[in-house]
Design a protein around this ligand. Structure first.
Ligand code: UD1
Length: 337
């Protein structure tokens, strides 16, 4: 049985990936510092899969703790989620973001180099494309100057991995996520935003639940079908499965280069108003919202061309937007009872 280290394994995407790994027969060891989640998620994963993953509360910024972990644990692959991810916050706290997102990455890669470990999967983001000139966005689209510190940590993170994979024979894949939403169909794990949500779906569900008065729709004067911005929303379970597919590609040595990157999206562009309408329809609920000005830094349209990921990873999305928005609402109701 292959043993996989999942850093940030108690976070939103990490926890769903741990479930899928265990379902597929992988042994999982989690590192998480609980900075943006709670230990309860470990119990929830155990309830869903029937297996308690090995858990280490380690802060990856502490090099000696990372070293100690690898001294005592051999792993066959690493999926690295642990990172700060709030765009707005990153602009006010650049040093915290660079320290956390780079040091953790570098310490993990140094251990892989020193111990001759292989198979590294990195959480990247479609933010590396900025406002792409052509749609849908293929992997050939150029990486544009980052608009945020967070985005820069993803761009430079990819470069660190690329250089390392070449110099030290480490095979790696970066997955460039579009907009991950939803939760596990068991309603036992999902997104747990701290404070006022910045992302669209948790803001919608909290508004529907009465925790927020109304949703602000940022701009309806974009050159899109209904004037609101368009994104590619992907169910977090579909996204989690893309990690298993990428891991298999590396373990089976099917990769074509030591460092590869793939777009992970649904391939469908949905406007903010379409999301609101679909949410209202599938959950039979009316949402309070108003149109306000554009949000600074927002791109107009972003959705993925998934052809390369579909073919090379032998993976595709299976969960509809309707189902995802139903799950997101059920998850919200469970938080507020
Ligand atoms: C942002 C980040 C992205 C990051 C992702 C997940 C940018 C450019 N991108 O994506 O790198 O991976 O978050 O953390 O910052 N919206 C509203 N009202 C709201 C909230 C959002 O109208 O209250 C709109 C936004 O303007 C946007 C869409 O909903 O058009 C999606 O927003 P959001 O969920 O924040 O994701 P992104 O901005 O696409």
């Amino acid at each position: 049985m292959k043993k996989i280290l999942v850093t940030g394994g108690l976070g939103f995407i990490g926890s769903h990936t741990v479930v899928e790994l265990q379902n597929k027969g992988f042994e999982v060891v989690i590192i998480d510092n609980l900075s943006n989640t709670t230990i309860d998620v470990l119990g929830q994963i155990t309830e869903i899969t029937g297996t308690k993953p090995d858990f280490h509360q380690i802060d990856l910024r502490i090099k000696n703790d990372v070293k100690d972990f690898f001294k005592n644990n051999h792993v066959d692959g690493i999926i690295h989620f642990a990172a700060y991810k709030a765009v707005g916050e990153s602009m006010g706290e650049p040093l915290e973001y660079y320290e956390n997102n780079f040091n953790s990455l570098i310490y993990l890669l140094q251990e892989m180099r020193d111990r001759k470990l292989d198979n590294f999967i990195f959480s990247s983001s479609c933010t590396v494309y900025g406002q792409a000139d052509k749609l849908p966005i293929t992997e050939e689209a150029p990486v544009k100057a980052a608009e945020s510190v967070y985005g820069n940590t993803k761009q430079v993170g990819e470069e660190i991995i690329k250089d390392t994979s070449k110099a030290h024979n480490i095979n790696a894949i970066a997955l460039r996520y579009f907009n991950p939403i939803g939760g596990h169909p068991s309603i036992k794990i999902g997104e747990l935003p701290v404070g006022v949500p910045q992302n669209l779906i948790p803001f919608i569900t909290q508004t529907a639940a009465g925790m927020r008065e109304e949703l602000s729709v940022f701009g309806n004067d974009y050159p899109t079908k209904d004037g609101t911005a368009v994104r590619d929303y992907i169910d977090v379970v579909d996204l989690a499965r893309a990690h298993i597919a990428a891991l298999r590609r590396l373990i089976d040595k099917k990769n074509k280069k030591s460092f590869e990157y793939f777009n992970v999206g649904s391939g469908n562009g949905s406007s903010v108003l379409e999301i609101i309408n679909t949410f209202e329809k599938v959950n039979n609920i009316k949402l309070n919202y108003k149109i306000v000005g554009r949000r600074e830094g927002d791109v107009v349209v972003a959705f993925a061309d998934t052809a390369i990921a579909n073919k090379e990873l032998n993976w595709k999305t299976e969960i509809s937007l309707e189902k995802t928005l139903e799950t997101a609402w059920k998850w919200q109701l469970k938080q507020t009872v």
